[in-house]
Design a protein around this ligand. Structure first.
Ligand code: UDP
Ligand code: MG
Length: 335
């Protein structure tokens, strides 16, 4: 039943599962990670590849990756960035290199247990396009969890796909979703949200989460904030719309104030020095200015949307027309 959804062709040398892992200064974790991954995936009895992307580490990470590749030349691949480009860029690079039918991303620090991979793959085989892990017992401090809670609310609203945990990188994607992601050329992006844009059926399942035992978190509060500003500006024009609404409100207030002063002048005589009238006029113009700024922002937003060049649509299936396409013009005509 499951194999009807994604055909499993064990005869081909093409891997069925690709695991993509960003690595940035994780020397203490890589050996255990490699060993646990290989053990879990071998037990799944599927052809697999593990792609580790070294995001410009300055410790011994690359050396260890080289060793891992030597130990498992068929299954472990490694890419090395020239310098640190960021976790999401590393995953993009992995996506481009991956050959599997199902792709799974996870962190290198063993906070995402590799033993959960079979659960995610099984869910994809049920027919889902994207399966997110949801860290049920998240082992992080409240200072990490509370901002995450807010971010999940915002992201759910912006993308229209309600998920409990947008921050969890233990996720699985169907090949087609990753193909669409690969066609997006924006430099700053947020993969879980991008994947939702191209997925028809999204599932979320609880997964384990461990404390970081070795190494340190690579995300300071500032870096986290930047990631989220990137996300907000990359996925919605909501902030600029808010500026527009603010501009209109200020203008209306100014007009209201002006009308009140006018009526007051009619019935009670002019106010002292006329300074309030000046204020009312100022309000109207400040409001108009703010509104004009938002309007320009809207156009800039549109330009940005064009420049990103995301695919406008994704075709899932096609009936008819296939036989014509692969042939030379003129071949196969009626003769
Ligand atoms: N990472 C990366 N490049 C970076 C920052 C992080 O490749 O610039 C990797 C890191 O090695 C880990 C994953 O991204 O595999 C998640 O990072 P981390 O565990 O530090 O984040 P946290 O779990 O604290 O959110
Ligand atoms: Mg971590």
């Amino acid at each position: 039943m499951a194999n009807q959804v994604i055909p499993l062709n064990l005869a081909s040398s093409q891997p069925y599962i690709s695991i993509i892992i960003p690595v940035f200064n994780e020397e203490e974790n890589l050996e255990e990670l490699g060993e646990r991954l290989v053990r879990t995936l071998t037990a799944m009895d599927r052809l697999f590849e593990i792609i580790l992307v070294d995001d410009g580490s300055s410790d011994r990470s690359w050396e260890i990756l080289t060793q891992l590749h030597r130990q498992h030349p068929q299954n472990i691949r490694a890419l090395q960035f020239h310098r640190n480009f960021g976790q999401h860029q590393a995953i993009f690079a992995g996506f481009q290199a991956a050959r599997g039918r199902v792709m799974v991303t996870l962190d290198a620090d063993l906070q995402n247990p590799p033993e959960e991979i079979p659960k995610l793959v099984a869910k994809i085989e049920e027919g889902f396009d994207t399966v997110g892990g949801w860290r049920e017992n998240r082992q992080d401090s409240i200072f990490r969890k509370f901002p995450s809670f807010l971010i999940n609310q915002v992201m759910s609203r912006v993308t229209g796909v309600k998920l409990r945990d947008y921050g969890c990188m233990l996720r699985a994607y169907r090949r087609e979703v990753v193909d669409s992601i690969n066609q997006c050329h924006e430099t700053s992006s947020f993969i879980p949200a991008l994947a939702n844009l191209f997925s028809r059926r999204v599932a979320e399942i609880p997964v384990g989460h461990a404390e970081r035992e070795r190494g340190y978190s690579k995300y300071s509060l500032l870096k986290l904030l930047r990631l989220n500003v990137d996300f907000m500006t990359g996925f919605s024009n909501f902030p600029i719309h808010m500026v527009g609404v603010l501009g209109i409100c200020i203008s209306l207030l100014g007009l209201g104030f002006g009308a009140y002063l006018f009526l007051r002048r009619l019935f009670m005589g002019p106010e002292v020095e006329g300074v309030f009238t000046l204020f009312a006029i100022l309000f109207v113009f400040v409001g108009l200015n703010t509104f004009a700024l938002a309007l320009v922002g809207e156009y800039v937003g549109r330009i940005y949307r064009e420049v990103r060049g995301r695919p406008r649509f994704v075709i899932r299936q096609e009936l008819g027309g296939e036989d014509v396409r692969g042939q030379e013009p003129g071949a196969g005509g009626q003769e």
